[in-house]
Design a protein around this ligand. Sequence first.
Ligand code: SF4
Length: 378
Amino acid sequence: MVDASLKSVEFERPAPSGAMCVSQAWARVPNAVSQAERAELKTRIKRLLVEQNAVLVAHYYVDADLQDLAEETGGCVADSLEMARFGRAHPAKTLVVAGVRFMGETSKILSPEKRVLMPDLDATCSLDLGCPADEFAAFCDAHPDRTVVVYANTSAAVKARADWMVTSAIGLEIVAHLHAQGKKILWAPDRHLGSYVQKQTGADMLLWQGACLVHDEFKGVELELLKKAHPNALVLVHPESPEAVVALADVVGSTSQMIAAAQSMSATEFIVATDNGILHKMRAAAPGKVFIEAPTAGNSATCKSCAHCPWMAMNSLQNLAEVLETGRNEIHVDPAIGRAAHTCIDRMLTFAQARKQPVRASGDLARDGALFAGVGPA
Ligand code: SF4
């Protein structure tokens, strides 16, 4: 096994009564490796990917070495949906998903015939942990008149109970479409994203009260002070952030939309309110521009995550090499659950295709006009 230590992680979890309680989870922290070990691991992983007929798909929030490796070896670095779509379209027999568990599950649901491996199967997400399938099913059963819309950051079992899955890039358009049909929405699990979508669309939405432990920590008061210190900086905010932070944004958007905005807008300085793992890609996409992390510490902030997801950080060169060598950490999804979950994912993909709307930004604001419609200025 790879050397690692454990750290405890506190997150807010909605109780079935609707009240909030603080729950404890844990994350494995990979030990640091030397430059020489990093180089050796990268060489080994490149060889193993070829030998295993495997492709590496990585999320924007994982370690920069893994993002570089994915791109250098013909894989991709993307948001969760694009990771799954890329994996489905790629001819490799094995997908290695560097991210958190629901991303591996979504890849498996879209590519059931492929082997899906993950560097660490215990890499989870506070939104997924905070929305257990049995409690969520009871919530849905209590509101049978509502169309169930869930965010991508949920387990396969929760998706299987839903009518629609959405990503942060297309959630607004899908909810607006359902609202225009007179439908009432049951939304899960992120309360901040849900309330942002509700405000933008005016839809009747009943919200599950989950939160992302990274975005929930950005604080409006400290962000306002930072803006004053950098008056020319534009503020890019992911809508999983609290309302007070979204209210200060120049652009509100998904990870792909934030990267596209950084690349395409003429400003040279940006304050970024999302996981700081994204800065690696932003700097590569917009060289010469300055990116400043939105504050998670200060008088009104707690800095539990310090803007980096403890579960995304569980992906390392060491455990990536190990799973390729051993075949351990394969993702399995119950076929019946997978089929049901596939239906709600497919509904979103068909909707996006019909509207010719990308669910991932290309980086060209003119071309991404439809993607940015309804997205910021906040
Ligand atoms: S950053 Fe937030 S939403 Fe993303 S995996 Fe971590 S806890 Fe979940």
